[in-house]
Design a protein around this ligand. Structure first.
Ligand code: HEM
Length: 469
């Protein structure tokens, strides 16, 4: 078989390829697939070599199962100034592995039950703030008809932020809680700003200016609040103190294999990492799931009926898997090769940046018949495959919060569907736009919402269908 060093790819100058990726990422990737097939190289501006994008599960398996590969530099450029040098998302090699091992137990699937109640309470409280008409109470736009449209995405962000504050940070001191509620959204807004990201890249290229000067004061204040919280937990983390159960407490109590603990500064870096990695991603995934459900009424009806009946949650899980397949929130999760990788007839040298093109993998007709149809049933029949379904990346860097995110999505969806009847507020399905590192619904998923009748708690149970017949 002929083996070549690099796959073919678009021939435009790097500025044009970068612009196509930034502005129309889906159209760009799909046109590359049509012309070049399963693997192609994209030349981004400022990079020496093309980034190789793969979509064949076997090639992805080869990439993710070789654990020696590192991270492409993109992750650190954008995130290091905020997440800090101890972040599990940015460290590599042994340092990464040691932190990952330390942080895995609190995120283990079985522990997730403990956080379900928190997520449910946070969602209920958010819904209490929606007016009877459907929009948020504080909004002045409630129409006379009683159903003004509103964007769901910001409401999902409010939920996921609150969940992280409660389940991960576990802040209970009211003054500190209030300050964090004020300051964190500012940090999240600033770090998502494309202008700031552009300035960071530019200042790196020009080697002058401090585009983050404005952010530093805000970060200093947030750090003080977090360090105070960490100090409190250190005092509490003695065997006689009741376990609070939040992830911060578990991180403070955790020990490396040599018995050492994470420093306060490192714990702070992990908290900010979990916030930035877990907040926007999960909110976006929820906004997409609602968009897909509202465009597919039969699926929405089936899911609502199953949620009402309180039966097994297999269908809910299938809906979430299918939503993450058809609308993967994070488009790329790549590696910089530490050694040569031989895949798909290619021999890629060490130093190459290689990534699954997650969207393309998830829309392969050989893996998913009718790939653009939203059909959760496909995951009732077959569970997602490890390397053909990669919304959370893979291998030793697979998303640490995947079980947490899926639990959160299940509980939020269930709670909202029980209490509200949602309908789309625009004729067209949402289109994909890039927001920070995510693929996001362009208009934030505009919906209308009506309260659903709440069944009286002690009402007689519905008669069995057989009796009615
Ligand atoms: C639907 C929601 C989410 C999506 C789609 C998502 C996706 C991803 C992806 C693609 C990666 C990179 C994986 C790789 O390189 O192989 C990642 C890493 C990570 N995610 Fe998530 N994520 C989500 C939610 C969360 C949540 C809720 C948390 C924590 C509260 C979290 C924490 C992390 C961390 C710590 C990493 C770094 C893992 C490492 O480098 O070892 N994520 N996530």
């Amino acid at each position: 078989m002929h083996v070549s060093a690099f796959p073919p790819g678009p021939t435009e100058v790097p500025a044009i390829q970068t612009a196509r990726w930034l502005l129309r990422p889906i159209a760009f990737m799909e046109s590359c697939r049509r012309r070049y097939g399963d693997a192609f190289g994209v030349q981004f501006l400022g990079f020496e070599r093309p980034m190789v994008m793969l979509s064949d599960p076997e090639a992805i398996r080869a990439l993710y199962t070789a654990h020696e590969h590192g991270l492409p530099p993109g992750r650190s450029i954008a995130l290091l100034p905020v997440m800090g040098p101890g972040s599990v998302l940015l460290l590599e090699g042994q340092e990464h592995l040691a932190r990952r091992k330390l942080m895995l137990p609190p995120f283990h699937g079985e522990r997730m039950r403990a956080y379900e109640t928190t997520v449910r309470e946070v969602t209920e409280r958010e819904l209490d703030g929606w007016s009877g008409a459907g929009a948020v109470v504080s909004s002045a736009s409630v129409s006379a008809s009683g159903e003004s449209p509103f964007a769901l995405h910001p409401r999902m962000q409010a939920i996921t932020l609150e969940v992280i504050l409660k389940a991960v940070f576990g802040v209970t001191d009211p003054a500190r809680d209030e300050r964090l509620h004020e300051r964190l959204p500012l940090l999240l807004g600033d770090t998502a700003s494309p202008i700031l990201q552009f300035r960071v890249l530019l200042s790196r290229r020009l080697r002058r200016g401090d585009p983050l000067a404005g952010l530093r004061e805000l970060m200093r204040e947030i750090d003080q609040l977090l360090l105070a919280e960490i100090a409190e937990r250190r005092v509490e983390s003695n065997p006689t103190h009741p376990d609070r159960g939040d992830i911060l407490s578990l991180l403070v109590a955790a020990r490396f294999e040599d018995g050492a603990e994470m420093s306060d500064r490192e714990v702070r870096d992990q908290l900010i990492t979990l916030l930035l990695a877990g907040h926007e991603t999960t909110a976006t995934a929820l906004a997409w799931t609602f968009d897909l459900l509202l465009r597919n009424p039969a699926t929405l009806d089936r899911l609502t009926a199953e949620v009402d009946a309180g039966v097994e949650d297999d269908y809910l899980r299938a809906v979430i898997s299918e939503s993450l397949r058809l609308r993967p929130v994070v488009p790329l999760a790549g590696r910089r090769l530490a050694s040569e990788l031989n895949v798909a007839g290619l021999s890629l040298p060490a130093g190459t940046d290689v990534t699954p093109a997650i969207w393309l993998t998830h829309t392969r007709p050989d893996l998913y018949p009718e790939p653009y149809a939203f059909r959760p049933e496909r995951f009732l029949e077959d569970s997602p495959t490890t390397y053909g379904w990669v919304p959370f990346g893979g291998g030793i860097r697979r998303c640490l919060g995947a079980a947490f995110a899926e639990m959160e999505m299940r509980v939020v969806l269930e709670t909202i569907l029980r209490r509200r009847a949602l309908s789309p507020a625009s004729a067209d399905a949402e289109r994909v736009t890039r927001r920070n590192v995510t693929f996001s619904p362009r208009h934030g998923t505009l919906v209308r919402s009506r309260p659903r009748p709440v069944p009286a708690p002690d009402a007689d149970p519905a008669p069995e269908p057989a009796l009615v017949a």
